[in-house]
Design a binder for this molecule. Sequence first.
Ligand SMILES: C[S@@+](CC[C@H](N)C(=O)[O-])C[C@H]1O[C@@H](n2cnc3c(N)ncnc32)[C@H](O)[C@@H]1O
Length: 285
Amino acid sequence: MRKAETIAALLQEARNALRDADIELSALDARLLLQAASALTHEQVIAEPNMVLPADKISRFKSFIDRRLQHEPVTRVLGVREFYGRLFQVSPAVLDPRADTETIIELTLQRMGQEPMRILDLGTGSGAIAITLLAERPNWSGIAADLSSDALEIAKANSTALGVTSRLAFHNGTWFDGISEKFDLIVSNPPYIPHSDIFVLSLEVQNFDPHLALNGGGDGLEAYRAIAAGSAKYLNSKGLVILEIGAGQGADVTQIFINQGFELTEQKSDLGGHVRALAFKLTHL
Ligand SMILES: C[S@@+](CC[C@H](N)C(=O)[O-])C[C@H]1O[C@@H](n2cnc3c(N)ncnc32)[C@H](O)[C@@H]1O
């Protein structure tokens, strides 16, 4: 038996390689990738350090580690990400849903109550927001829209896997283009990174999240201007627009919505203390 083939030796070798490549959570990442490659649980990996894996599982693990060494996030190597307690498939066409985006879910569920609602999710990506809201509220239905048809294919697969497909339609277009009804809730986590900032983000983000999902134009606010300009026409009179924003964008995004006849009704911070979600209503109410 070659020592390098035991679980403990494989993990140590991978941890060292990841650490040498400045990958922060090297021990955690190595373990998660080993579990996935070997189909073993966390407990089995801990309890059986001297277990020798079959050659195909070792080579799968090594190929996972090679991808992580290129700064591909673990979620992308595995093709799945947990969001608000549910597993979502991810692909190169979709933003890897972030924990920060759960702030929008929390604000929406707190604000909107239990009544039946029609919702529109603009820039749905993996479908994380629309699907989670419909899964949490069995009497809600709506439309998940995106400019990327490849992203919509992933959102459709997630909606089927998570059992909301009969209540969620999909629309391919730019923002409100081709949408013809009014909604109780318009929700969006649009691209909000100023274009030139994309190239100083971590390699995990700049090389693996689609730039269509990141690029908010020169000042990061272009998508908010488009959404603010269209929202009054597509919102029921008592409806809300709930948006994710980037750190420090609150005042600018609020002004953009005030200019289009809205007022800020609520905001919610993420776990890092940044205001992350804003809720707007029409001011004439
Ligand atoms: C930041 S990602 C959010 C994805 C997902 N909602 C989430 O929170 O994980 C922004 C999404 O907006 C989409 N997008 C970018 N420009 C768009 C446009 N002009 N019209 C519609 N969707 C757009 C991107 O394809 C991407 O899926």
